[in-house]
Design a protein around this ligand. Structure first.
Ligand SMILES: [Zn+2]
Length: 925
């Protein structure tokens, strides 16, 4: 490891002294403090008592003057990392390593703990685990030898969600215990395991939270007072969805977890969360992902039951498993383990979003139909309906659970390693026995940039991709399935069959078929049609360089809604090059093929610029000497603002991230900008990404009774004010600000609203033609479904065929009166609404038509299925309803999407519907 920092002391350290027989003293003052900060002896498991008082290695009490979990105390990331560095300076049982750097430039540091002999051989153990991860490299004769000389790596992940404040603090105390402890249990962990601790996996969010707590929420007396429990931003872009980035691997937190995974192949990864009372241990209710090996499903149960039993033995109430979460979606951070033949699991302990003690009410907490205070097979000893709950209680529960689980791993190392190997072997066996043999990403693609993106994404997931370097299909990318991650590759590239009869609602999206999400053509081969000698394993990311045909200074893109065309237009503008959109079909001079409506022309590029554009944006260009004289409009690239509220920044974060990745300039605005007004003179387009709530939430935002609440950078709160700031988070834009937004549209601006934000604009009356459409029986968890392009000649629909897939989750729907149906550019499903079907009966007052006998087709053409991947219940209640509306308001336009084309940087095939709106903002009527 390049950046492995070792701080090894020469000479004897405390643990060596202890090994020579000198008994270690229990740190009694520490015990006293634990007891003082725990609200009930029943919340104090014996395993978290009795830290030793090491003469050389500082305990958290010695380091900070306070034990971990003291009321009112949270430490910033730098202090936490500093403590781990102090441990590494004073003990041979721990080393630290930087595994990443955040978006706001903070290091991400993890720690490795084991006995001193193991610490000296870490690289060796890494190699052993890499061998076990790939049975193709292990001869059966060597297996026992490798198993006998390998160690389980147990990865503990803390601090992912900023408001869940226990784990970064708890992990310091745990580290001290593991490094110094001399009990049989702790020695077994240190001798048999390699424990990796990632104490603050999202340092940007953690620091904002620590400042938030000290600035605002420390003074709270009532947990239910409605004050925002955590800062408006966690990471620079992504809030709670930092745990929904495992498919995209777009954020630094995920990149660092992935790096740690592929460096170490941890046998078990445990993510420490907080939400439900008092401790939930993951197994999930199912349905479980079809890609997860039955061995892993068994391991989830065994480990959960083990932890629950160990905590029961210590008399802890309120511990349960099964009844929360499902086990279906593969995109959580530590699912990198489940997706790659390790075990990924999590805890939810009960947190107070800070370090206060509160009376908490569990009366309304129901999971899988049962109240959390009910006694069940999966919850043998429930808690009382009210609990007086402290920060230290939370830390006790979390630490006792982790110690139990580490104990299990230390006692069952060989079994866990054998299972890890077996799961990889099962993948290879399945590839040999079941189909298909390969997936092919052919070289002919509608959007070559997305095809190479998909190839690179598969590689990021550790999936092997080959390229046909020779032979008749030269240039194709081939995913051969005889690889240890076969099941995951299969899951990513085929339809998800979520069971319609599942008993509980899914925990997250239920479909992720990557070729649909990326708009890439992927085919399946049940027998391999490539010569293996033609295929070469990719060892680096790939890129498509656009090709240029023809001659001339007009460079034409045969437009098929490629993701990179709008960014290319912004780049062209920076080079003083004009962009033109052809609003009719055309045939270019000297060519036989016809270009569809919406072709994009870069006019007057030099040959060098054209080459640069084609390569930079992976688009093919056709050079021509004359500009076709069909109907056309010149592109005037808009000044775009992206709006955010102060009560929910999740999806505007993803929007900002997507714009920046694509190179589309924008200005971030919020309520203060609306109130100031004068919007039309500053912006041409305002995008309101998906935000929850109603019109009233949007208008008022955070309650003014908490105001003023500055979110500004100060010497005392240096992490605040990023990425946006205000002197007062409360009050929202108010009626005056919303009036300014309406004025912006009236004066010719384009307001684009995504998903629920579209309903908000309808609530507020900014767009009166759209009304909420209620479909109470519709159950539409995130799935990939079919839509119909109702107006192929509208610029927003340019480049898209008559029907195509998009990703859609449960979200508010809108409808117009029948007379305004022309505003509906795109609909869900392919069938029209009943009221739009053509009337074929007689009309009184009109001459009777002669009955026309229609020749019945032999077999009626079947409607294409609505659901392409995932599951929807009562889909008949959405089919025919609007997915995109284009509504003239005053001199401007409201373009309302009832789904999110910028969903988590995942559905790249849908995003160009938004790019079309931006590119053609002045030609939408
Ligand atoms: Zn969480």
């Amino acid at each position: 490891m390049k950046s492995l920092f070792r701080f090894l002391l020469s000479g004897a350290c405390a643990s060596t002294l202890a090994l020579t027989g000198q008994a270690q003293q229990i740190d009694e003052p520490y015990n006293q403090k634990i007891k003082e900060f725990t609200t009930d002896p029943r919340f104090l498991p014996s395993s978290v008592l009795d830290l030793v008082n090491d003469p050389k290695i500082p305990s958290p009490l010695k380091q900070f003057g306070q034990i971990v979990g003291a009321p009112g105390v949270l430490h910033r990331t730098a202090d936490i990392y500093g403590y781990f560095q102090k441990l590494a300076q004073t003990s041979q049982n721990i080393v630290n390593e930087q595994i990443g750097t955040t978006e706001e430039n903070r290091p991400i540091q993890m720690s490795v703990i084991a006995n001193a002999a193991t610490i000296k051989r870490l690289d060796y153990y890494k190699k052993q685990l890499a061998l076990l991860a790939d049975p193709r490299k292990v001869s059966p004769a060597d297996l026992q030898k490798i198993l006998g000389d390998s160690k389980v790596v147990y990865f503990l992940n803390g601090g992912m969600h900023a408001s869940e404040t226990g784990s970064p603090e708890m992990l310091m105390e745990l580290a001290y215990r593991l490094v110094t402890g001399q009990s049989e249990e702790i020695k077994a962990i240190r001798d048999n395991l390699i424990v990796i601790i990632n104490p603050v996996s999202e340092p940007d969010g953690w620091d904002k939270m620590v400042d938030w707590y000290n600035r605002y929420t420390k003074k709270r007396k009532d947990f239910e007072d409605g004050m925002p429990a955590s800062p408006p931003y966690w990471g620079k872009y992504v809030y709670h969805d930092n745990n929904r980035d495992g498919l995209q691997v777009s954020q630094a937190i995920t990149k660092s977890i992935f790096k740690a995974y592929f460096d170490w192949h941890p046998t078990v990864m445990l993510d420490l969360h907080e939400s439900v009372p008092l401790l939930y241990i993951s197994t999930g209710t199912g349905p479980y992902s079809e890609a997860v090996d039955p061995v892993a499903i068994g391991e989830w149960q065994i480990m959960a039951d083990h932890d629950m039993t160990t905590l029961a033995a210590q008399g802890l109430p309120g511990v349960f498993n099964w009844a929360f979460y499902d086990g279906w979606y593969p995109g959580y951070g530590i699912w990198v383990a489940n997706n790659h033949n390790s075990v990924g699991r999590f805890y939810e302990t009960y947190g107070n979003a800070g370090a206060n003690t509160f009376m908490r009410d569990l009366a309304n907490a129901k999971f899988a139909g049962d109240n959390v205070t009910s006694r069940e097979w999966y919850r043998p000893y429930p808690a009382t309906e009210k609990v007086y709950w402290s920060f230290r209680n939370n830390i006790n529960y979390m630490q006792a659970g982790v110690l139990a689980s580490l104990g299990y791993a230390a006692a069952n190392g060989k079994l866990l390693l054998k299972n890890f190997y077996q799961k990889s072997l099962n993948n290879l066996a399945k590839a040999a026995k079941d189909g298909p043999k390969a997936f092919v990403i052919g070289k002919q693609q509608r959007d070559p940039a997305m095809a190479t993106y998909l190839v690179n994404q598969l590689r990021t997931q550790g999936i092997e991709v080959h390229k046909a370097e020779t032979g008749k299909n030269q240039g194709d990318y081939v995913v051969l399935l005889n690889q240890p991650y076969r099941n995951y590759a299969y899951s990513l590239l085929t339809k998800q069959n979520y069971p319609k009869e599942a008993k509980f609602p899914p925990y997250d999206a239920i479909a992720w078929t990557l070729q649909y999400l990326n708009g890439v053509n992927v085919t399946q081969q049940d027998t391999l049609k490539y010569e293996l000698s033609d295929l070469k394993l990719l060892t680096a990311d790939v890129k498509y360089d656009g090709k240029i045909e023809g001659e001339g200074t007009f460079y034409v893109v045969n437009y098929k809604a490629q993701n990179t065309v709008l960014p290319a237009a912004y780049w062209a503008k920076s080079q003083n090059v004009k962009t033109i959109v052809l609003d009719a079909k055309t045939t270019l001079e000297g060519r036989k093929d016809t270009l569809a409506q919406g072709a994009v022309v870069f006019s007057g590029l030099t040959a060098g610029q054209a080459k640069q554009l084609a390569e930079k944006f992976s688009v093919d260009l056709i050079a021509t000497k004359t500009l076709p004289s069909v109907k056309q409009h010149e592109v005037s690239l808009p000044r775009v603002a992206i709006y955010h509220t102060w009560y929910q920044t999740q999806d505007e974060g993803w929007s900002r991230y997507t714009f920046e990745q694509r190179g589309i300039p924008y200005t971030s605005i919020h309520k203060d900008h609306l109130k100031k007004g004068n919007l039309r003179s500053q912006f041409d387009v305002i995008l309101v990404p998906r935000v929850g709530g109603t019109g009233a939430n949007f208008l008022h935002e955070v309650d003014t009774k908490f105001g003023p609440m500055p979110y500004t950078k100060t010497a005392e709160f240096p992490s605040h004010g990023t990425p946006s700031s205000t002197d007062d988070m409360t009050g929202g834009p108010g009626f005056e600000g919303v009036a300014e937004l309406k004025k912006f549209v009236d004066e010719g601006g384009v307001l684009i609203t995504l998903d629920n934000s579209s309903s908000i604009m309808s609530d507020l009356g900014i767009v009166r033609e759209l009304k909420r459409y209620e479909a109470p029986t519709l159950f539409h968890p995130g799935s990939i479904i079919q839509v119909k392009n109702r107006q192929p000649s509208h610029p927003i629909m340019y480049g898209y065929p008559e029907t195509f897939p998009i990703f859609k989750g449960q979200g508010a729907l809108l409808q117009t009166e029948k007379r305004d149906r022309g505003m509906m550019l795109m609909q869900y499903g392919t069938k029209p609404l009943k009221e739009e079907e053509e009337y074929k009966g007689l009309v009184m007052g009109m001459p009777d038509k002669k009955e026309v006998k229609e020749a019945k087709p032999a077999t009626p053409k079947p409607e294409p299925p609505y659901v392409l991947s995932g599951m929807v219940r009562n889909e008949q209640t959405i089919i025919g309803h609007g997915a995109i509306f284009n509504v003239p308001v005053g001199k401007g336009q409201v373009v309302a999407f009832t789904f999110d084309p910028l969903h988590r940087y995942l559905n790249h095939h849908d995003a160009p519907l938004l790019w079309n709106t931006i590119l053609n903002w002045n030609a939408l009527r």
